[in-house]
Design a protein around this ligand. Structure first.
Ligand SMILES: NC(=O)c1ccc[n+]([C@@H]2O[C@H](COP(=O)([O-])OP(=O)(O)OC[C@H]3O[C@@H](n4cnc5c(N)ncnc54)[C@H](OP(=O)(O)O)[C@@H]3O)[C@@H](O)[C@H]2O)c1
Length: 259
């Protein structure tokens, strides 16, 4: 067997369908690109149409199959509608990546119900509802991959983790509960745990060069993350190669957590 055949048996996503929320920006866009270039047909879901269209255009120009659905994942109806519209494009997804997220950072004492509700809705409830919609079908078909994008703030307090940290802690637990339910049926459920990644999400923190440098020094690699750092881990967790990896938190953080 030549190496291309061997690698393809392990990692190729040919014939698979992936739904990537937050696939129009930052980490989600890089993950969507990685899955598409590895062979999956990818539907990206977020709100802003221009960013979604640009993502799909870039992938199509690379010879990939991709499409977009604009939806607000902060409401239950928005999530349900997004799921049906996404599944109608290339068929039921067997890879679900929950990457859409918001990080609203008022100090703990000032977190109001609006911030709490939005954070929980986008970061935790949408992944739960999408899992309920697609997980049982994956289990019935005997193959599925659910990948959530959490945060170091699921594991430690960090720059006013507040409601955000709570939502990400819940998401880690959701992955384990889903893994418990569906792993016996070929559906693995894991989380990717970023450290500090240079994306629009933390533009405010990035505006202070001293903070950026101090955070880079806290990693073992010596630099902050970029979205492309997630490509390999995402393809691995989406592929046949990770069939025996489930209920795990996979840190893609340059060693931040270990330091
Ligand atoms: N950057 C970091 O350092 C870091 C660290 C730890 C964890 N993370 C996690 O990584 C994930 C991706 O973040 P990122 O850094 O790549 O940020 P980003 O570039 O701002 O991407 C966030 C994505 O979520 C989508 N989104 C936000 N609210 C939404 C809503 N109500 N409905 C639908 N889509 C929504 C955004 O699209 P629209 O605005 O168009 O809707 C965008 O595609 C998030 O879950 C975040 O918590 C990031």
């Amino acid at each position: 067997m030549n190496s291309q055949t061997y690698l393809s048996e392990l990692f190729s996503l040919d014939g698979h369908v992936a739904l990537v929320t937050g696939g129009s920006s930052g980490i989600g866009r890089a993950v969507a690109g990685a899955l598409a270039r590895a062979g999956a047909s990818v539907v990206v879901v977020a709100r802003r149409e221009a960013e979604l269209a640009a993502t799909v255009e870039e992938l199509e120009a690379d010879g990939c199959r991709a499409a977009w659905v604009s939806a607000d994942l902060a409401t239950r109806d928005g999530v349900r509608e997004a799921a049906e519209r996404a599944a109608a494009v290339f068929g039921e997804p067997d890879i679900l990546v929950n990457c859409a997220g918001v990080n609203l950072r008022p100090p703990m004492g000032e977190i109001g119900e609006d911030v709490w509700d939005t954070t929980m809705a986008v970061n935790l409830e949408a992944p739960f509802l999408l899992g309920q919609r697609f997980g049982p079908g994956m289990a019935e078909r005997g193959f599925g991959r659910i990948i959530h994008v959490t945060s170091q703030q699921a594991h430690r307090a960090f720059v006013q983790s507040g409601a955000y940290g709570v939502s990400k802690g819940g998401l880690e637990s959701l992955a384990r509960s889903q893994a418990e339910a569906w792993s016996p049926h070929g559906v693995t459920c894991n989380t990717l745990v970023p450290g500090f990644v240079l994306t629009p999400l933390n533009a405010r923190l990035q505006s202070d060069p001293d903070t950026v440098e101090a955070l880079a020094k806290r990693t073992l690699v010596g630099r902050n993350g970029v979205p492309e750092d997630f490509a390999g881990a995402a393809v691995f967790l989406a592929s046949r190669a990770s069939a025996y990896v489930t209920g795990q938190s996979v840190y893609v953080d340059g060693g931040f957590h270990a330091h």
